[in-house]
Design a binder for this molecule. Structure first.
Ligand code: DAT
Length: 174
């Protein structure tokens, strides 16, 4: 029996915009598999050096891609990462860039323990819409969508829209 085709979804955006919150709940509602790239790298120690300025390990992008490729080819994956141009374009059927108002993002990151330059740089990343522009360069514009992520109402609305999109995609491809 042939397996049902399922779409791959990328959730991206500045740290703190709500990718993990959305991704985990989306996985529950759709039955797709959620992967957090940060956790995957941590588990497999998929690192290549250490960034002294930001005090964090540097992702080994090639090993991350190798690690996931087989699953991505099968389909049905929700990928969560604060960057998007390291992945092969062919992986994703749709890309969502979550967006949060600056003041709210500042509060969220501060309560996550971010301070100083790390806090400032991440808020600036959102102000300059860095990840949105990265997504628009890395993927076809028509598959890149921005989603507001400021409130529980936004979260519910985003969930409903993506669940609906997923159901429609499955109907169209099976
Ligand atoms: P990310 O995975 O993008 O770093 P997260 O899912 O860990 O973000 O969320 C960061 C914080 O913001 C966390 O405390 C939950 C909260 N949050 C997420 N989505 C939200 C929303 N739509 N409205 C209000 N708070 C939200």
């Amino acid at each position: 029996m042939k397996m049902k085709k399922k779409p791959n979804i990328l959730l991206t955006g500045t740290p703190g915009v709500g990718k993990t919150t959305l991704g985990k709940e989306l996985a529950q509602r759709t039955g797709l598999n959620y992967v957090n790239i940060g956790d995957l790298a941590q588990e497999g120690q998929l690192y290549d050096g250490y960034d002294e300025e930001y005090q964090c390990p540097i992702l080994d992008e090639d090993r991350v891609v190798d690690e996931l490729d087989e699953k991505m080819v099968e389909g049905g994956m929700i990928v969560d990462y604060h960057g998007c141009d390291l992945f092969p374009e062919r992986w994703f059927h749709i890309v969502f860039v979550l967006r949060t108002d600056n003041t709210q993002l500042y509060t969220r990151l501060e309560s996550r323990g971010y301070t100083g330059k790390k806090l400032q740089d991440n808020v600036q990343c959102e102000i300059f819409q860095t990840i949105y522009e990265e997504a628009m360069e890395a993927y076809k514009e028509e598959i890149v969508h921005q989603l507001p992520s400021n409130s529980p109402e936004d979260l519910e609305c985003n969930l409903e829209q993506i669940v609906q999109w997923t159901e429609q995609w499955m109907k169209d491809h099976n």
